[in-house]
Design a protein around this ligand. Sequence first.
Ligand SMILES: [Zn+2]
Length: 236
Amino acid sequence: MTFTLGDIDIELTQKEIKNIHLSVMPPDGHVRIAAPLNLSAETIRLYAISKLSWIKKQQKKIRSQQRESNRLFINKETHYYQGRKYMLKIVPTTGVPKIILNKSTIVMHISENSTPEKRQEVMNEWYRAQLKNIVEKMISVWESKIGVTAIAWRIRSMKTKWGSCNTDHKSILLNLELAKKPLHCIEYIIVHELIHLIERRHNDRFISLLDHYLPNWRHYKEELNKLPVSHPGWEY
Ligand SMILES: [Zn+2]
């Protein structure tokens, strides 16, 4: 069933569960509530009202994330690199596509007739090369600081993770999206994943290691999950 709070439609399912769950779903920000069978409609309604500002905040976030990911790669569009905003400039060329970073612009030399998909591909290749350079240096610095070695690391486009660590294979995956983030945020993810080589779980030991090596990590984590990001629901 569906009920309405102001201009918000809420899809309600009641089932055999213990707790009430509220979710705001991408891509349009529709709201779902799953509630235990024994809760009255009135209680559920009051619960939803108490969460109204949270719901609106999430909806706003999801909608701006949608905007961020639907890039056209045209002149004057905003793109991010290392946490800074750049304006995209398209320079038509018949040669091999390339990207040059200026003070406040990312200049993409590419065929005038290229599709947004092709331009995105060129941009991602450039992001990947830049990120690879950064990560290469940071990883070796942090490996010796922490006293661990990652046998392999790779950069990949991922929907829901900034990074991950396979502790059995001692290998680390880093999200290509990190190229858009400030260096200290990239560093936080690298340190986080390297610490997993010592402690697999996010327990007290893990937290105290993070506190020791990167006392400001909570700020970096918060910054990473702030707008603008390209995909909803980050975890790591
Ligand atoms: Zn982790």
